[in-house]
Ligand binder design. Structure first.
Ligand SMILES: Cc1cc2nc3c(=O)[nH]c(=O)nc-3n(C[C@H](O)[C@H](O)[C@H](O)COP(=O)(O)O)c2cc1C
Length: 319
């Protein structure tokens, strides 16, 4: 069932002098490749609009589900010097409420909005995809890889990932990205299955399953015991995953490389690994500037100018 087509041309709000960072994602023009990652300050229209003001090229909303979901008990987050472990458990108000937030953000953010969602069964992925598409986001992101919700983990096997993508493909005409976990033997195979089943883009990576223990308390710190690691510690895993996905899906299908990007140089490395755009999550909660995306974009630009790169497409690994 087709819902509506996505805008092919998006008028970017340009940061002065930042034309060299302009790029295209699934036919949508972005002023820069930096995208607010799902779950970080993306719970409301106001926060998505804020990402636009802070210089993001696009912003992803917090994943929502068909019905409201409470998530895990507190404590849900540990911060270890720029590395987080969270077990929020995908708490969200449900798609019927979320649709209002997405609609407002689409109208006011001035940047493309990517609406993220998840489900515990394939038919619910289709239902949420159809419903959330009514808000006309530029893109969708299908979260099949949250490590703290085993019931919503469809990225472990190519067959499961493929079934979800086929259901979403049939439920919407908006391009969608499949968000993958690196906790698999062959992420390239999973990515290939998603693309063959209708995904127009791959987001790599989600958080990586982990645990933190307080020895003095003899207790796991998170109420859920396990959570998802994000931030500085996961950058090498994200780079490797993006590199492997790029090798597996070829040069045409875009990748949103996400994980541990704090600086412009980190973002450049992600592009060199094969990403088309760069998701930024934990860094946005920890960088001190009032406009962290603008700061990262400026760092990218000054690196490119200093090293003689004229456009993002020139940022390639020498192999
Ligand atoms: C507090 C928190 C909440 C998150 N919630 C979501 C979510 O709802 N959906 C999703 O797909 N990813 C979620 N993520 C994962 C991020 O979008 C991102 O993939 C991951 O944090 C790696 O990027 P980073 O190192 O830049 O944070 C969340 C991450 C954090 C830290």
């Amino acid at each position: 069932m087709g819902v509506q087509s996505c805008p092919k041309e998006y008028m970017p709000h340009r940061t002065k002098g930042a034309f060299m960072l302009e790029t295209t994602l699934c036919g949508i023009k972005l002023r820069n490749p930096l995208i607010l990652a799902s779950g970080i300050r993306g719970n409301s229209a106001g926060l998505l609009i804020r990402a636009g003001k802070e210089g993001a090229g696009a912003a992803t909303s917090k994943s929502c589900s068909l019905l409201p979901h409470e998530g895990h008990a507190n404590p849900t987050m540990v911060d270890i010097d720029g590395t987080y472990i969270n077990a929020i458990g995908l708490s969200n108000p449900g798609v019927d409420d979320e649709i209002y937030e997405i609609r407002e953000a689409v109208a006011k953010a001035g940047i493309p909005i990517i609406a993220s969602f998840y489900a515990g069964k394939v038919s619910d992925f289709a239902a949420v995809a159809a419903r959330i598409s009514e808000a006309k986001p530029a893109m969708l992101e299908v979260d099949i890889s949250c490590p703290s919700r085993k019931d919503a983990l469809f990225s472990s096997y190519a067959k499961d990932a493929s079934e979800v993508c086929l259901a979403v493909r049939d439920a919407t005409s908006i391009p969608f990205s499949a968000k993958l976990s690196p906790d698999v033997p062959n992420i390239g195979e999973i990515a290939r299955a998603c693309v063959a089943s209708g995904a127009s883009c791959i987001t790599a990576i989600n958080t990586i399953g982990g645990m933190y223990i307080d020895a003095h308390a003899r207790h796991a710190v998170l109420a859920n015991s396990f959570g998802g690691i994000s931030g500085a510690a996961i950058k090498p895993v994200a780079l490797k995953s993006v590199y492997l996905v790029r090798k597996a899906i070829g040069p045409e299908v875009p990748i949103i490389g996400t994980g541990g990007v704090f600086t412009g140089i980190d973002a450049i490395e992600m592009l060199m690994a094969g990403a088309t755009c760069v998701g930024v999550g934990t860094a946005i909660a920890t960088r001190k500037e009032s406009a962290p995306f603008k700061a990262i974009a400026q760092e990218m630009e000054s690196f490119m100018k200093k090293e003689g790169y004229r456009k993002l497409a020139d940022l390639k690994l020498q192999e």
